[in-house]
Design a protein around this ligand. Structure first.
Ligand SMILES: N[C@@H](CCC(=O)N[C@@H](CS)C(=O)NCC(=O)O)C(=O)O
Length: 208
């Protein structure tokens, strides 16, 4: 079976998929598309992913988009026993809840902070919008911080898929140059993630 992960390495959503692939020890080829590489507007790419976004997973003639769905599929299809996505319904639901919350609670303010501070020239920034987004992002991180003061990872004592969507963003949070609000529990968890080879290889990279 040939497995291809379509998407540029600088995308937070691509990072989730490659981090999960490496944690599960699954081989893949990653192909650069999206951003400065383009190619996401072609009929061939849109046939795989009608949103034109990255990432897209391709396994022979099966294709899948939405980064969190890709992470869950990889566990379900190739590592059903993995502790990354526990099988017990309540444990699994707790993991899924945090994956959803990254998309619904964290993503919007964190995008404003990241795009504002990293991808926008200093003279074009909107300081008020960034300040509001920093406050909202800190509130979102406080939700997982409350969990992380009770156990080592978001959904318990071991790494699960819950850590992956939040973990890609926390590297940006601690790497951007700004006056960062303190969130109890967050830095220790980030340091824990930094001990993982897959996280260092794909997520903890210079911001661009
Ligand atoms: N909800 C989608 C969002 C995908 C998304 O917004 N991807 C961004 C990169 S992080 C993208 O494709 N941007 C346009 C591009 O890279 O060309 C997911 O989680 O996969």
């Amino acid at each position: 079976m040939q497995r291809i992960l379509w998407g540029r390495a600088t995308s937070s959503n691509v990072m989730k998929a490659v981090w999960a692939l490496d944690e599960l020890g699954l081989p893949y080829d990653r192909r650069d598309v999206g951003g400065k590489f383009g190619q996401t507007d072609t009929p061939a790419y849109r046939a795989m992913n009608p949103t034109g976004l990255v990432p897209t997973l391709q396994e022979d003639d099966f294709t899948l988009w939405e980064s969190n769905a890709i992470c869950r599929y990889l566990c379900a299809a190739h590592a059903p026993e993995s502790s990354l996505w526990p099988q017990a319904p309540q444990a699994r639901a707790r993991v899924d809840r945090w994956m959803d919350a990254q998309q619904t609670v964290l993503n919007r303010p964190m995008s404003v902070v990241f795009w504002g501070l990293v991808r926008t020239p200093a003279d074009k920034r909107d300081p008020a919008a960034i300040a509001q987004a920093v406050a909202d992002t800190a509130k979102a991180y406080a939700l997982i911080g409350a969990e992380l003061t009770r156990h080592a990872f978001i959904a318990g004592d071991t790494l699960t898929l819950a850590d992956i969507p939040w973990g890609v963003h926390v590297h940006r949070w601690f790497t951007m140059d700004f006056d960062r609000p303190e969130v109890p529990g967050l830095r220790a968890w980030y340091d824990r993630l930094l001990t993982r080879p897959a996280y260092r290889a794909h997520v903890a990279r210079p911001l661009e």
